[in-house]
Design a protein around this ligand. Sequence first.
Ligand code: ADE
Ligand code: ZN
Length: 340
Amino acid sequence: MKLSELQKIIQGIPKTELHLHIEGSFEPELMFEIANRNNITLAYDSVESLKKAYQFNNLQEFLDIYYLGAQVLLKEQDFFDLTWAYLTKVHSQNVVHVEVFFDPQTHTDRGVPFSVAITGIHNALEKAKVELNISYKLIMSYLRHLSEESAFQTLESSLPFKHWIDGVGLDSSELGNPPSKFKNVFEASATEGFKLVAHAGEEGPADYIWEALDILKIERIDHGNRCLDDNALVQRLIDNKIALTLCPLSNLELKVIKKMEDHPVAKMLEKGILATINSDDPAYFGGYMNENYYETAKALNLNNNQLMQLAINGFEASWLSSDDKATHIATVKTYFNSLN
Ligand code: ADE
Ligand code: ZN
C-alpha cells in the first residue's frame, strides 16, 4: 500500500481517543500566547527554543517540562482555549469520541482553584458536543508523586462538580509510586460513583498492573505495555476484557521502546487483548491520533483488518452506552467495507 493511501484510510476511520492529558495538548504557540496575556515569562525565549527542549530520555524528563508549561494556565479562558484547540484539532482527524484527563493538582497546587480549571475544560467539551458532534467523558487524574492525602483533598474539591466528572485516574511518575499507595482514595472515589482507571506498566513492572487491577479495582489500564512480561496477567486482561490505552508515539519519545518497529500493539491484538491507540500528550510527542495510527501502521505493517480492530476496540473500551458503541462500531465496519 502506498503511504499516502494509508494516510487517507486512517483519516477516514471514525476514531476514539481514550488517553489524552489535556495539559499535554498544549502547543507551544498557544502556550506563548497565553503566557503573554497573563504577563508570565517562560523559561524559553521562543517557540523554537521551547520545541528544541522536547527531547526526553524517560518519563520524568518529560514530566518536568510538562508541569512547567502548565504553569501559564491561570484563568478559565486559558483552560477553555487549551481544550477547544485540542477538540478542533481532533475533529479535523475524524475523532468522534474523547475521554479526556486533567490533572487538578497541577493547578490547585499553584493557587488556581479547582473550579476555574474544570469550568474552562467543561465549557469547551460542551461546545464541542454541540458544534462538532464530539461526545466526551472527563477524567480527573491524581498525581502519584504526591501523597494519598493530597489526592483525598482533590476528591473533596471535586464533589461540587461531580456531575461533570465521569472517572478518576492515576498519572505522573510511575516508578516508586505503585498503585497500592492510592488504595483508600480509589475506594472512596468508587463510593462517590466515579469510574476508575490508572496508568500502569508504562515504565513500571507488570506487578503494578496487577496492583491496579486487584487493589485499586480499575476497569481500564492506561499504557500497560509491560503486561507482556507476565502470561498470567495477559490471560487476566483477555478473560476480563480489560482494555489497554496504548500511546505509541509517547512510548517512542519517552524511550519505553527503542523504535516503533518494537511496539507491542500488533502482538497484543494477536493475543486478543483489547488494545487501543491514543496520543497521551500530542503537543510533546509529535502527533495526534492520525499520526499515532500512521506511524504504528507503517512500522508494524498493519493491514486493514488490524486497523479496523483497533478502531472497534476504541469504542468497545470507551464509556459510551452499549447502544452508542454498537452504532459507532457499525459505522467503522461500513467504512472498512467501503474500501474493498
Ligand atoms: N502525565 C502526562 N502524560 C503522562 C504519561 N505518559 N505517564 C504518566 N503521567 C503522565
Ligand atoms: Zn498518560
